[in-house]
Design a protein. Structure first.
Length: 69
């Protein structure tokens, strides 16, 4: 199991662990449903680990919109 640097992962989500979990879970679902992987990994690597690897490598960008106030 690979260890991912939390500081680097949180940097793309404005230090929000909640947003990070949402991004990783949505991307993992896309991968599990057949979306192409954006990084070279073994087919045996789980979708959530692939999503984390994509974020660490900078291959996955996130945009967040402001909610209603």
């Amino acid at each position: 199991m690979e260890v991912f640097p939390l500081e680097k992962l949180l940097a793309i989500t404005d230090k929000s662990l909640f947003k990070l979990v949402l991004v990783v879970s949505k991307r993992a679902i896309e991968i599990a449903e057949g979306s192409p992987k954006l990084c070279d990994v073994s087919p045996s690597v789980k979708p959530a680990s692939v999503a984390l690897q994509e974020i660490v490598e900078g291959r996955l960008k996130c945009k967040f919109s402001k909610g209603k106030k």
